[in-house]
Design a protein around this ligand. Structure first.
Ligand SMILES: *[C@@H]1O[C@H](CO)[C@@H](O)[C@H](O)[C@H]1NC(C)=O
Ligand SMILES: *[C@@H]1O[C@H](CO)[C@@H](O)[C@H](O)[C@H]1NC(C)=O
Ligand SMILES: *[C@@H]1O[C@H](CO)[C@@H](O)[C@H](O)[C@H]1NC(C)=O
Ligand SMILES: *[C@@H]1O[C@H](CO)[C@@H](O)[C@H](O)[C@H]1NC(C)=O
Ligand SMILES: *[C@@H]1O[C@H](CO)[C@@H](O)[C@H](O)[C@H]1NC(C)=O
Ligand SMILES: *[C@@H]1O[C@H](CO)[C@@H](O)[C@H](O)[C@H]1NC(C)=O
Length: 219
């Protein structure tokens, strides 16, 4: 009971007095805060700009090197003729063209099934199949394009006799390959390579005496 009297209820604490500051001080604090913020922003902006700049430079370098799609090169390395029996040309001929597709890209060049046609004085005398395929990155793909030629189609041409007289038969081949290069799934480009060749064949032995190819890349 005695305790009761001793314990006085605690006096309620006085509310914390607001820090007494003058308007001047308040302004200067505000300014300092703003300046700090401004400095922070400047540093931040600088870093972002630098990162963007580095990124842009990297993309530019990549764009000119790795990501730059280079045109695949097609080439006719050799042509061989089988079953040639001049001057009669009674048996059907088989012409095999050794074609290479050079791909200098860092990605594969995939091409669709194509064909190559062989012409004699404007008449298609043979068609060669080019199966769909892939020229791997930085690789050269070799393929044999085989033409089966019907002898009658050559012998039946008016110019045949005069060609026999000159000792050579002029052929033309037209090859077109449709494909595309896909780099990192980002850059995809359709590429069509065409090659037209003029080939002269020695009538006596079936050897290739002249070969001239014109190539073009269509994008
Ligand atoms: C070409 O035909 C003639 C007759 O038409 C024949 O005597 C000759 O053996 C044939 N030559 C060849 C290489 O087939
Ligand atoms: C040449 O080929 C044609 C068509 O493919 C055929 O009709 C003909 O019998 C063949 N000739 C010879 C000599 O094999
Ligand atoms: C050859 O290929 C072209 C497309 O490249 C196609 O339109 C044509 O039908 C083909 N010809 C043959 C005989 O396969
Ligand atoms: C093409 O043909 C030649 C001779 O027949 C052969 O040695 C070569 O391996 C062939 N190349 C391909 C890619 O089939
Ligand atoms: C064809 O080959 C024969 C024998 O190799 C040669 O005597 C002749 O000059 C050649 N003809 C042409 C047009 O090159
Ligand atoms: C190849 O020949 C075809 C048909 O004559 C023509 O349209 C094309 O432009 C030629 N291509 C080249 C590379 O000369």
């Amino acid at each position: 009971m005695a305790n009761d009297g001793q314990e006085k209820p605690l006096a309620p604490k006085r509310a914390i007095q607001p820090f007494p500051i003058t308007v001047d001080e308040e302004l200067s604090i505000e300014l300092r805060k703003q300046r700090k913020g401004f400095r922070k922003c400047t540093i931040c902006c600088g870093i972002i700009t630098a990162i963007l700049l580095i990124f842009a430079v990297i993309m530019l370098i990549l764009g000119f090197t790795v990501l730059h799609v280079k045109n695949p090169k097609i080439n006719m390395n050799s042509v061989s003729i089988m079953g040639f029996d001049p001057p009669n040309v009674t048996t059907n001929l088989t012409v095999v063209a050794d074609v290479s597709v050079k791909n200098t890209n860092v990605a594969a060049f995939k091409f669709e099934k194509s064909n190559s046609s062989l012409l004699y004085h404007g008449t298609v005398v043979g068609l060669g199949d080019i199966p769909r395929g892939v020229a791997k990155a930085r690789r050269t793909l070799r393929l044999n394009v085989t033409f089966d030629i019907t002898a009658a189609k050559i012998g039946g041409k008016q110019e045949f006799q005069s060609d026999l007289g000159t000792g050579k038969l002029p052929f033309q081949s037209y090859t077109k390959i449709n494909g595309r290069v896909k780099i990192l799934n980002i850059i995809k480009r359709k590429v069509t390579v065409t090659m037209n060749c003029s080939i002269a064949v020695n009538v006596t032995n079936g050897a290739i005496v002249d070969q001239d190819c014109k190539k073009r890349v269509l994008i």
